[in-house]
Design a protein around this ligand. Structure first.
Ligand code: AP5
Length: 209
């Protein structure tokens, strides 16, 4: 299946994409994770995008489109993929539509006050991308990854000021994609407020997988 996950920051796209990718044995392609990997490894790309990610603005379309197009040529993406965080603008969606025919676009819906709670409590294990929440899905030992015991960190863009900007950027630049995909008849809305297991069950029902 070729899927796109849309929705505000912190709606649970990454959490559900990880689980569904495992369930369907297709790759989970997160542009945010690719950028963060490059920042951590101090690559040329990482140096170019670090300040952009920290502020919550979007990386320029040409750079992001090229990166995703390259990723989609890899063998593991031939029979399907979950794109998480891409497309985020109309030009990105148009570039994607030129090369891929999507099976579904899932629109994760969550109110701003819940977004803020989720992002401010999120903790991540940088090496694996495993995500926790201090209240909603805490690690077994506070501050430590369940599998490796390594320290968990807070993303730089999960600080208060960046969260507010990410929400503004989402409304202005990404939300128009909801109407874009609804017009094409490929959009499925999903209430992402319930607990993770319930959202995952609803997601599988929506996609009939
Ligand atoms: P990106 O990494 O894509 O960030 P985002 O879209 O803001 O999404 P998040 O990762 O913050 O949230 P999520 O929906 O995946 O939620 P999660 O599952 O983690 O992008 C980061 C930056 O990269 C952008 O700001 C931009 O600069 C750049 N970028 C990326 N793509 C780009 C593009 N295409 N074009 C240009 N720039 C781009 O869950 C959040 C928390 O909630 C976690 O703690 C989790 O444990 C918890 N949680 C999840 N589900 C539930 C639930 N059901 N109940 C309770 N808690 C839950």
């Amino acid at each position: 299946m070729k899927l796109v996950f849309l929705g505000p920051p912190g709606a649970g796209k990454g959490t559900m994409a990880t689980r569904l990718a495992d369930h369907l044995t297709i790759p989970h392609i997160s542009t945010g994770d690719i950028f963060r990997f490059n920042i951590k490894n101090q690559t040329e790309l990482g140096k170019r995008v670090k300040a952009i990610l920290d502020s919550g603005e979007l990386v320029p379309d040409d750079l992001t489109i090229e990166l995703v197009e390259d990723r989609l040529t890899k063998d593991d993406a031939k029979n399907g993929f979950i794109l998480d965080g891409f497309p985020r603008t109309i030009p990105q969606a148009e570039a994607l539509s030129k090369r891929e025919s999507l099976d579904a676009v899932v629109n994760f819906e969550l109110k701003d006050e819940e977004v803020i709670k989720r992002l401010s409590g999120r903790r991540v294990h940088p090496a694996s991308g495993r995500t926790y929440h201090v209240l909603f899905s805490p690690p077994t030992v506070e501050g430590q990854d369940d599998e490796t015991g390594e320290p968990l960190v807070q993303r730089d863009d999960d600080k208060e000021e960046a969260i507010a900007n990410r929400l503004r950027v989402y409304r202005a630049q990404t939300e128009p994609l909801i109407a874009y995909y609804r017009d094409k008849g490929t959009l499925d809305d999903l209430d992402s407020a319930p607990a993770p297991d319930l959202v995952f069950t609803a997601l599988k029902e929506v996609l009939r997988v």
